[in-house]
Ligand binder design. Structure first.
Ligand code: GDP
Ligand code: MG
Length: 356
């Protein structure tokens, strides 16, 4: 019988053999693992299926129990997108600006995902409708995707849901993800933690109120965009912001090397958009090499691990209560006011065998 053909690197023969063997087994193991764990929508989404993407967003927005599995299975596909947060008072022109950014990035042949967080929309319907009408300009575009998230249905987890939708967009292959959020409350500001850069949009009308604007809003800015620069007072607010920055009011600790730019924009005419996008590209480069930003991300990630565990445990507990008669009995006693929730919780805690 003929001897088997020699390997190209004969001297490394056995090592090559072991290597092949290990890779093959890892691959099979990985396949088994994902076959067991992976939601079938995930591989579809990863291969570019927009319907699968939309359905996964819905799961995540409603914090379906399989959310952690979905997010775990896309973790290898993350970290490629540039994430831009746009915030500011209602009516400042954020959505108009986001629209223009989409047009700009699409002309550059970049894939863009937009997450609009507007807690006012589920109540009035108005803001959402306005956004939807604008979105239709991009609806036919295969490489743009816009989604509005309301605060309802997210079980207080709006910032978690938003962060996770941004991740889905990243895994889907978006080059840029734009996050629009109204800068009114802490929850709305928290969602910005996920972005590389935050643009705070103000208008000449903000000039009179700049002293009264939430400090958190001004401090969030990596870039200021003074929109509606066609209106009177635009220069005045620009100067006010500049002198505020000079006095060090709005610099981030550790980010002193980044001088916060104040740009003049007219979003409804597309004026200043290119400059904004270029500034954002510079800031993206800056943060990816910046120690203060990395330290902030480390803190965000460790907080997140605890939040995820809390969410998983809460799901398991709810499930246990719905299935277990003795737990249900205790729940009923608490419901009827026969015993306090604290008393019941301490008894249940003492019965839990919980080890890590
Ligand atoms: N005059 C003027 N109006 C603008 C400009 N940009 C946006 N607007 C208008 O401002 C209003 C609010 O815009 P919108 O994008 O919905 O604001 P948002 O609430 O911050 O998202 C809309 O009527 C826009 O047409 C601008 O540069 N100049
Ligand atoms: Mg808006």
């Amino acid at each position: 019988m003929e001897p088997p053909p020699q390997r190209r690197f004969a001297a490394d023969g056995p090592a090559v053999h072991i290597f092949d063997f290990t890779i093959l087994h890892c691959f099979i193991f990985f396949l088994l693992l994902i076959a067991k764990k992976m939601n079938p929508l995930v591989p579809k989404m990863l291969s570019g299926d927009r319907t699968a993407l939309a359905r996964l967003i819905t799961h995540i927005e409603s914090r379906a129990p399989e959310t952690p599995e979905i997010l775990a299975s896309i973790s290898k596909h993350l970290g490629r997108a540039q994430i831009v947060g746009i915030t500011g008072p209602p009516g400042a022109g954020k959505s108009t600006l986001v629209d223009q950014l989409i047009v700009y990035y699409r002309k550059q042949n970049k894939k863009v995902g937009v997450v609009a967080v507007d807690p006012t929309s589920p109540f009035t319907g108005g803001a959402l409708l306005g956004d939807r009408i604008r979105m239709m300009n991009h609806a036919e575009d295969e490489n743009g995707f816009i989604r509005s998230l309301g605060s309802r249905g997210a079980h207080g987890g709006l910032s978690r849901a938003t962060r996770d939708v941004v991740r889905l967009f990243d895994a889907f292959g978006m080059d840029v993800v734009v996050l629009e959020t109204v800068g009114v409350g802490q929850t709305e500001m928290d969602v910005l933690e996920v972005s590389h850069s935050t643009v705070v949009v103000l208008t000449p009308e903000s000039g009179d109120t700049i002293q009264t604007l939430k400090a958190g809003l001004l401090e969030a800015a990596d870039v200021f965009a003074v929109n509606k620069s066609d209106r009177e007072g635009a220069l005045k607010i620009q100067h006010e912001l500049m002198s505020m920055i000079e006095m060090g009011y709005s610099s981030h600790p550790g980010d002193e090397d980044w001088e916060i730019p104040v740009l003049s924009i007219q979003a409804n005419k597309g004026v200043g958009i290119q400059e904004l996008a270029e500034t954002l590209a510079q800031h993206y480069k800056f943060v990816t090499h910046n120690k203060a930003h990395q330290a902030k991300q480390e803190k965000v990630r460790s907080e997140e691990l605890l939040e995820i565990l809390e969410e998983i445990l809460a799901h398991s507990l709810r499930e246990a209560f719905s299935k277990n008669a003795s737990l249900n009995k205790i729940l009923e006693e608490v419901k009827k006011g026969k015993r306090s929730a604290y008393d019941a919780a301490l008894e249940l805690k003492s019965k839990m065998s919980f080890k890590i």
